[in-house]
Write a protein that binds this ligand. Structure first.
Ligand code: CP
Ligand code: NVA
Length: 336
């Protein structure tokens, strides 16, 4: 496999199966080093910048901790505290930041923004979530599946429940197709993935011996699944007005005890987080007051259950992001 040094990570459609497996292997190796307390400050003297136009806990902290663990300096920037967007274009920002930094992370709105940043930057650019894709999340999610089912996931089945055309669902469809994992998008017609993506992923999946199924039938979709995955019903950047309609159309696709029963006792529950599984958040409390529901995309019972792996998955974000940084900044094999 050719080195990934100098490559951007904008979306997983740009990466081969072998390259994704390489990032996964590196993630596991780096997790081991971290857990064993082995220092891995491979990039002393280098610096990265994290540009966030949307809020974040996991992605920001993962890039920061990964950067520090690798010995690097890390700068956080947002539009409120910098010139980005308001006074300086993406193209100019990219050219300025390239003079200071060895890598740029971007979280924000249209995929075209991160693509433009990558076009003008002369260092690796990493997509930390756009409206369309969330590639670093995928490495952590698949890593979590590997920890539960073994490294070879071919023939396993992952079901995404709910808003099956958001950034996370789109990305899961791609990564599953690339790795030969059967993917099921389970949601109402208006929340199903775009036709071109279904077609593209179906072809990729067939090459890797797996399938893509899109259904509005919960029983059919979830029966025998290895992993049940869900995400918030309204993503960052969407207007508050859509809540009412989403609650009405997506409630039948809530991950609850019945869904986990359909999947079976060995199935695991995954969620990229943050999650509305109770009313202990500002939005959760407001929705409870407005619409009379205390749980949304997943019940508290499933979230807190033995089958839930959401905190392993959250931890894996950091190891996976460290692997992405390592692979795109170095062509030295990692020796542990
Ligand atoms: N899963 C995820 O991207 O979380 P944050 O929004 O907290 O970064
Ligand atoms: N679909 C969610 C993912 C958050 C990590 C959003 O874009 O808000």
């Amino acid at each position: 496999m050719a080195s990934l040094k100098g490559r951007d990570l904008l979306k997983l459609l740009d990466f081969t199966t072998e390259e994704i497996l390489h990032l996964l292997d590196l993630s596991h190796q780096l997790k081991k080093l971290k857990h064993e307390g082995v220092p891995h400050r491979f990039f002393e003297g280098r610096n990265i910048v994290l540009l966030f136009e949307k809020t974040s806990t996991r992605t920001r902290c993962s890039f920061e901790v990964a950067g520090y663990d690798l010995g690097m300096g890390v700068t956080f920037l947002d539009p409120a505290s910098s010139q980005v967007s308001k006074k300086e274009s993406i193209a100019d920002t990219a050219r300025v930041l390239s003079r200071f930094y060895d890598g740029i992370e971007y979280r924000g709105f249209a995929q075209s923004i991160v693509e433009e940043l990558a076009e003008y930057a002369d260092c690796p650019v990493w997509n930390g979530l756009t409206n369309e894709w969330h590639p670093t999340q995928m490495i952590a999610d698949i890593m979590t599946m590997q920890e539960n089912f073994g490294m070879d996931l071919r023939g396993r089945t992952l079901v995404f429940m709910g808003d099956a055309r958001n950034n996370v669902a789109n990305s899961l469809m791609v990564v599953c197709a690339k790795l030969g994992i059967n993917f099921v998008a389970c949601g109402p017609a208006e929340n199903q993935p775009e036709a071109w993506l279904i077609e593209t992923c179906t072809k990729i999946a067939a090459e890797n011996g797996s399938t893509v199924v899109v259904t509005d039938d919960v029983e059919k979709g979830c029966a025998g699944a290895d992993a049940i995955y869900t995400d918030v019903w309204v993503s960052m950047g969407e207007p508050d007005e859509v809540w009412e309609q989403r609650i009405a159309s997506l409630s039948p696709y809530q991950v609850n005890a019945r869904v986990m029963e359909l999947a079976g006792p060995d199935a695991i529950f995954l969620h990229c987080l943050p999650s509305f599984h109770d009313t202990n958040t500002v939005i959760g409390a407001r929705i409870a007051e407005q619409f009379g529901i205390n749980e949304m995309e997943v019940t508290n019972e499933v979230f807190e259950s033995e089958q839930s792996r959401v905190f392993d998955e959250a931890e894996n974000r950091m190891h996976a992001i460290k692997a992405v940084i390592y692979a795109t900044m170095s062509d030295e094999p990692l020796s542990d």
